[in-house]
Design a protein. Structure first.
Length: 139
């Protein structure tokens, strides 16, 4: 009888864990879909790399509609401090913006328009932007 009870509780734990994972996945995908629908491209400057257990990232700042914002996002690169990168700026919730670490700003572009760009101004980088969304969303 005890063995059956242990198996039952183990099964409940597994189901609960599965529900949590599915919930987090759904939430993440819906946030990325929302970013895809409500973004402009701006220029950000990486201020500081941050390191921790499982949450390496970068603090960055960018200007949008005449205001300067500071945000943080996960990154796979730890040597980007001080560089200029394009940012997917969420137009409705700035804190959901995303620094595009694979899209450094070329020296020929000094600043973004006040309201940002609708598409990234470097055509070669559009694959990275499309790839970011395609990784999580299938149209």
């Amino acid at each position: 009888m005890i063995k059956n009870k242990e198996n039952y509780y183990n099964l409940l734990r597994i189901l609960l864990l599965l529900l949590i994972v599915l919930g987090v996945t759904f939430f993440s995908i819906s946030r990325i879909k929302n970013l895809k629908e409500n973004h402009v491209i701006v220029i950000g400057i990486a201020i500081k790399n941050t390191h921790g257990t499982g949450n390496d990232g970068v603090e960055y700042k960018f200007d949008y509609q005449g205001k300067t914002y500071e945000e943080w996002c996960f990154t796979n690169t730890n040597t980007i401090e001080g560089g200029k990168y394009f940012v997917l700026c969420h137009t409705e919730n700035i804190s959901r913006s995303k620094l595009l670490e694979k899209c450094p700003v070329p020296d020929t572009i000094e600043k973004a328009p006040l309201n940002g760009w609708q598409k990234i101004p470097v055509k070669a980088y559009q694959k990275n932007v499309d790839g970011y969304f395609k990784t999580f969303i299938s149209d």
